[in-house]
Design a binder for this molecule. Structure first.
Ligand SMILES: Cc1cc2nc3c(=O)[nH]c(=O)nc-3n(C[C@H](O)[C@H](O)[C@H](O)COP(=O)(O)OP(=O)(O)OC[C@H]3O[C@@H](n4cnc5c(N)ncnc54)[C@H](O)[C@@H]3O)c2cc1C
Length: 382
C-alpha cells in the first residue's frame, strides 16, 4: 500500500533540518546573497550535524540516508537558502560516482578519511564548449604507465575553489565520444590542478562556482573509477540519483515563496481590506499552493521509485523539470503579490526568483530533461 505518512524518524530528521535551516542558515541568507559570501562556518556546522554526505553509507563515514530522506532534508535547507543548499549537497553529487563506480577498496581509501572530517568535493563534468552534450567533452586522460595525465578545463564547478577532492570525467579519445570517457578521483593537492576564480552569479550567491584546469595532472591508475570507457555511464547514473534532490531544492524555494506571499497578503491592505481578501490574490495563492504540492509529490514519488531499486530516469527527470519550472512560476507570482516591494532587494522574494532559475539549468537543463522524458515515454509505446 502507498503510504504518504512520514515515520517518526523521518519527522525528527525533517524537524532537525528545519531547525538548522531556520536558525543557522536563514538569518545569514540575505547577507551572503548580497555579498556573494561563501559561509564556510555554516557548512562546517551542517557537516557536524550529519547534513552533508547524506548519500554515503555509514560504513564509509557518511549519513547513509535513503533518497527520500535526503529530499526531506534538502527541501528544508532550501526553504532557508537555495545557494547554501547547493553547496551543502554538492558533496553528494561529487561522491556518488565513487559509490557507483568504485571498488570496496577505493570507497574505504577515499571516503573514510574524506567523511571523517569536514571536506568539500566537486563533480567536474561540464566544459566551456558545452554541458548538455557531455559525450563531446574534451578534457584528455592519457595513460602513462601506472598513472594517467589529465589536461583540459572544466567550468561552472560548484565548490571548486574550496574543494579538496574532484571527481573528473575525461576522455582517452574524443572521437569515441561517450565510449572514450573515464572517471577519476583527483585530490586537490595534485600538481597541475588549478581551480579558477569564483564566478559572479545571478543567484545561489552563497555557493562558490569556478573553473578547474588540469595541466599535466598525474592521477594514479588506482584512482580510476570503473573500467576505461565507463565514465559516461557513471556520470549519467550519478545524475539519475542526484536530480531528484534538485526537485526537493526547487520545492523548498517554491514553498518559501508561497509562505512569504500568503503572510504578506494578510498584512498588506488595499481598498480598506487585506489583499488576501481580494479574489484575484486568493486565486494566485491557490495556484501557487497547487504547484508546490505537485512538486513535492512528484519529488517524493521519484525518490520512492529509486529507493525501491528502479533507475528512475523518467521519474527523476519529471520531478526536477516540473519542480524547477513550478519554483520559477511561484516565485514570480510571489513578487506580484508583494507588488513594488517584491521587486526590492530589501524583501526576500526577488532572491527566490533568481535562485529558482538555476534549478532549470544545472544537473541537466530542463530542455534535456524533456528529451529524457520523451525518450523514456516513447520507449513504452514501442
Ligand atoms: C551555478 C552553476 C553550478 C553548476 N555546477 C556544476 C557542477 O558542480 N558540475 C558540473 O559538471 N556542472 C555544473 N554546472 C553546469 C550545468 O550542469 C550546465 O550549465 C548545464 O548542464 C547546461 O550546460 P551549458 O551551460 O553548457 O549549456 P549548453 O549545453 O550550451 O546549452 C545551451 C542551451 O541549449 C539547450 N540545449 C542544448 N542541447 C539541446 C538539445 N539537444 N535540445 C534542446 N535544447 C538544447 C540547453 O537546454 C540550454 O538552454 C553548473 C552550472 C551552473 C550555472
Amino acid at each position: 500500500m502507498v503510504d504518504f505518512a512520514l515515520t517518526s524518524e523521518q519527522t525528527s530528521l525533517r524537524d532537525m533540518a528545519r531547525k538548522f535551516a531556520r536558525t543557522e542558515m536563514a538569518p545569514h541568507a540575505a547577507e551572503c546573497d548580497r555579498a556573494g559570501r561563501f559561509p564556510e562556518e555554516i557548512y562546517r556546522k551542517a557537516w557536524e550535524l550529519g547534513l552533508m554526505n547524506l548519500n554515503v553509507p555509514t560504513e564509509f563515514g557518511g549519513t547513509g540516508l535513503s533518497l527520500f530522506d535526503q529530499c526531506l532534508i534538502v527541501e528544508e535547507l532550501s526553504h532557508a537558502c537555495a545557494g547554501m543548499t547547493t553547496s551543502i549537497i554538492a558533496n553528494c553529487l561529487a561522491l556518488e560516482p565513487i559509490l557507483l563506480g568504485g571498488t570496496e577498496e577505493q570507497k574505504h581509501r577515499i571516503l573514510d578519511p574524506f567523511c571523517a572530517e569536514y571536506h568539500l568535493a566537486s563533480f567536474c563534468l561540464t566544459e566551456p564548449s558545452g554541458g548538455s552534450d557531455a559525450g563531446s567533452l574534451k578534457t584528455r586522460a592519457r595513460r602513462d604507465g601506472d598513472h594517467y595525465v589529465l589536461d583540459g578545463e572544466k567550468c561552472f564547478i560548484t565548490n571548486a575553489p574550496f574543494a579538496s577532492l574532484y571527481t573528473v570525467f575525461a576522455t582517452g579519445d574524443p572521437s569515441l565520444r561517450h565510449k572514450g570517457i573515464s572517471a577519476f578521483v583527483v585530490p586537490r593537492d595534485t600538481e597541475g590542478v588549478l581551480p579558477g576564480k569564483e564566478e559572479e552569479k545571478m543567484g545561489h550567491r552563497a555557493s562558490a562556482t569556478s573553473t578547474v584546469r588540469f595541466e599535466g595532472a598525474k592521477v594514479p591508475v588506482e584512482n580510476r573509477l570503473g573500467a576505461e570507457g565507463e565514465g559516461f555511464s557513471i556520470a549519467m547514473r550519478t545524475l539519475d540519483q542526484t536530480r531528484t534532490p534538485i526537485g526537493a531544492l526547487a520545492t523548498g524555494i517554491a514553498q518559501a515563496a508561497l509562505d512569504h506571499a500568503a503572510d504578506y497578503s494578510k498584512r498588506r491592505q488595499t481598498f480598506g481590506k487585506p489583499i488576501s481578501e481580494h479574489q484575484a490574490i486568493q486565486i494566485k495563492l491557490a495556484d501557487m499552493a497547487q504547484a508546490v504540492h505537485a512538486a513535492r509529490l512528484l519529488t517524493w514519488q521519484a525518490a520512492w521509485t529509486i529507493d525501491h531499486g528502479d533507475r528512475g530516469s523518467l521519474e527523476s527527470a519529471i520531478a526536477k523539470c516540473f519542480s524547477s519550472d513550478a519554483a520559477m512560476r511561484v516565485a514570480d507570482e510571489a513578487i506580484q503579490v508583494f507588488g513594488g516591494y517584491g521587486y526590492m532587494k530589501e524583501y526576500p522574494v526577488e532572491k527566490l526568483l533568481r535562485d529558482a532559475k538555476l534549478a532549470q539549468i544545472y544537473e541537466g537543463s530542463n530542455e534535456i530533461q524533456r528529451i529524457v522524458i520523451a525518450r523514456e515515454l516513447l520507449q513504452r509505446y514501442a
